[in-house]
Structure formats: structure tokens, C-alpha cells
Design a protein around this ligand. Structure first.
Ligand code: GRF
Length: 201
């Protein structure tokens, strides 16, 4: 039985691509049965189309309730037969009811060495700016399980890199992103190896 993964993304989807490539190259033994995109026109959708992966868009505006988002996410996960939800730059908070329905089955990647520089407001270049301004000599990326608190679930894997003299948020982000592309597929593979023992669905 092969694990079915649904990936959720809000941007370029380069981490999504690294999972697609790892499956093609047989480094990741899973099937991506769908993409959830948080808006139309993002790079992740083009990548899904190229790879023949079906996608759904969950439009989000401030006026939409978390209950509505939860019910949409749950119905997509069910239709796609998801065993795991893998977040790849998905900027929306996953509603608690979805986390409860998929305990220990939601995985995220964050571009810092959690628990440092995690939590509300720490996304995109904000993370790297804070690392540089904080005078850190090391940063990196973290793969972790998602629980009800932003960036606080159990850590599955981390990769450290040095912060270089003269690094800008952009240069640091680019070096970390390269590491994310290696770490994420490897960490997901290691975690889902226990499948189907570690899932409810
Ligand atoms: C990555 O830096 C990831 O760590 C964070 O969002 C970014 C997504 O980038 N959660 P991409 O869309 O995968 O290129």
C-alpha cells in the first residue's frame, strides 16, 4: 500500500517540485494525489499541471470563516484519498478540526532552526531578516509535524547552515531553500516509512 499525499502551497511551489522529483527518482515512495492551492495563478499550480496532478483552489478572504476553510479542506482530503497533508509554503493556518481529523499526518517545512524564529509573523523573508538582525551565526530549515500552535509540532528533521558575513535576507533564503529541497523529500520518506502504522485514515 502506497501512501497518498496531498500537498498544499501558496507560492512558487519549489518544495512541491522537490517532492514530485523525489517520487520520479524513487527516493520518495508515495503518490501525490492532489495539490491544494490558496489562490489562482501561483507557480505551484503550473507545476501540478505539468506533473498531471489534480489541483483544487481554496479561495481565502478575510470574510471566509475558518469553519468553511476546514470543511473545504476536509472534503478535498477525502476526495483525494489523502493519508498525509504536506504543507509546502502554505500560508493559511490549518484549522484545528483538520489537525484533529489527521493527527500526526500533517507535515510542514519552515526555513529556520525551530524553535527559533517560528510562530506568527515568521514567514518568508521576515524569518531571514530576523536571523541576520539577531546576529545568529547559524540558520537552516526544519521539517515538523503540525499541531494547533504555529511551528510547534514535533521536529522530524533539521539541516543547519552557516550565516555568512554580508548575507542579505535574500541570499540566506536562497541557500536555505536549496537545503529544503534535499531535506523535505528525505524527511517525508523517513516519516511515511512507518505508514500505515502512523495514520488514522
Ligand atoms: C519555503 O521557504 C518553506 O520553508 C516555507 O515557505 C517557502 C515555500 O517556498 N514554508 P516554495 O513555494 O516551496 O518555493
Amino acid at each position: 500500500m502506497i501512501a497518498k499525499i496531498v500537498v498544499a502551497a501558496s507560492g512558487s511551489g519549489s518544495n512541491f517540485q522537490s517532492l514530485i522529483d523525489a517520487i520520479d527518482e524513487k527516493r520518495l515512495h508515495a503518490e501525490i494525489s492532489g495539490l491544494i492551492a490558496s489562490k489562482p495563478g501561483i507557480g505551484a499550480i503550473s507545476r501540478a499541471i505539468s506533473a498531471g496532478i489534480p489541483y483544487d483552489i481554496v479561495p481565502t478572504t478575510a470574510r471566509r470563516s475558518s469553519e468553511l476553510l476546514a470543511s473545504e479542506l476536509l472534503s478535498i482530503l477525502k476526495i483525494r484519498g489523502a493519508n498525509f497533508l504536506v504543507l509546502a509554503g502554505f500560508l493559511l493556518k490549518i484549522p484545528d478540526s483538520v489537525i484533529k481529523a489527521y493527527p500526526n499526518q500533517i507535515i510542514n517545512i519552515h526555513p529556520s532552526l525551530l524553535p527559533k524564529f517560528g510562530g506568527k509573523g515568521y514567514y518568508g523573508l521576515n524569518v531571514h531578516r530576523a536571523v541576520i538582525e539577531g546576529g545568529e551565526t547559524e540558520s537552516g530549515c526544519t521539517v515538523h509535524l503540525v499541531n494547533e500552535h504555529y511551528d510547534e509540532g514535533r521536529i522530524l528533521a533539521q539541516k543547519k547552515i552557516s550565516v555568512l558575513k554580508g548575507d542579505l535576507p535574500e541570499t540566506l533564503a536562497a541557500r536555505i531553500l536549496k537545503e529544503e529541497h534535499k531535506l523535505y523529500p528525505a524527511a517525508v520518506q523517513q516519516y511515511i516509512e512507518q505508514f500505515p502504522k502512523n495514520i488514522k485514515h
